[in-house]
Design a protein around this ligand. Sequence first.
Ligand code: MN
Ligand code: MN
Length: 465
Amino acid sequence: MAEKSKGQKLQEKLAYKKKNYYEVASAEEKKEIFAFAEDYKAFLDAAKTEREACAVSVEAAKKKGFTEYHFGDKLKAGDKKYFINRDKSVVVFRVGKKNLEEDGFRLIASHIDAPRIDIKQVPLYEEGGMCYLKTHYYGGIKKYQWTAIPLALHGAVVLKDGKKVEISVGEKKDDPVFYITDLLPHLGGEQMSGKATSIITGEQLNVVVGGLPYEDEDVSDKIKLSVLNILNKQYGMNEEDFLSAELSAVPAFPAKDVGFDRALIAAYGHDDRVCAYPALRAVLDMESEHTVLAMLVDKEEIGSEGTTGMQCKVYEDLMEEIAIALGANFRKVRFASKCLSSDVTAAYDPNFPSVYEKSNSAIVSYGTALCKFTGARGKSGSSDASAEFVGEVRAAFDKEGVIWQTAELGKVDAGGGGTVAKFIANMNIDTVDLGVPVISMHAPYEVVSKADVYSNYKAFLAFMK
Ligand code: MN
Ligand code: MN
């Protein structure tokens, strides 16, 4: 190889160049990347809703010797605990031996809800030889993407007698699926000339759930009756029980590798299980001298509201209870704490270059992406991490050899988005966003790079070290 020129050497020393993780990973590390992806895909298939993600996470924690924590319980260094919030969010934590007032918490916060099609409270009707459920979508979706694909139904129904039944249909090989219709192109002339936001309206997102008439000459709505009959036999429910049900239609596709080389994964709900799963694994897998918490929260997609969203007092209460149990002043603890708000960002998509500013966009396989700020327009709605805190996080990543990049969600004027970061920063905890770049975010089938998933996991380990 020719000797490097003076300018080349200087450029190497002074200029910043981000790296493709696959290009720099050792053979051993590549194996780890692909092995971790298998575990992640299994989690995705088992956890399509926040309820399921919560249950699966608790099971994984139990297997690693974690036990349930309730407010008021005693705690000591070395304890491994999980706290369940209303079966829809969970905080998995380890108590470290460092002084909590001086060292604070190491928090990783991500969300386990994802955009989907929720079933209305009075949903069932029949028309045109089919039975349907009326829906109300959850989160920011392009409605037209949810038609003509296989859907599964997940959720919980609280029956008249107060008993709760869990429902999951459409995932197993022999399960039926559900379906939202779209217009054939032959008759779609007028539809296709409309705006994409209205070619499918909210009230057209009706899910087909049946087509077999009940055999009795004397009843009307025969198909609806036969569907009700099946629901009654299988779940003990009547039509009235939909009033207190929480059912969602989600894509029935399992997670799959993408590409001849299997470098990428397509799945429903990478946003934000691609951060929640590595966060969970980091806390389960590694002992730390710090007190570390993986917060897997609900309702991020609709503003982090309610009793299970990040804005709820319950998470602050939990941290305060931990501080009290360890005899620490909670104000001091918060001031000393550090948080990675872990949510996905938009990956640069070469099919749509006009909305990205490439040098500040996350590139697929270039590692998990740190976003100093989120928000829209003039950073509105963002907590904007300080240079000092970003510097600290950067040093921790570099020390552990994490391949990572920075990102902004699209061009300055192109749009924007927010995460849970500001709610945690508002508690007086230094917080910065870090997460996996996603292609086709919020689509029924999203794509990420296996290298970025593993980079995210490694970044969490480095942060907890
Ligand atoms: Mn998200
Ligand atoms: Mn989202």
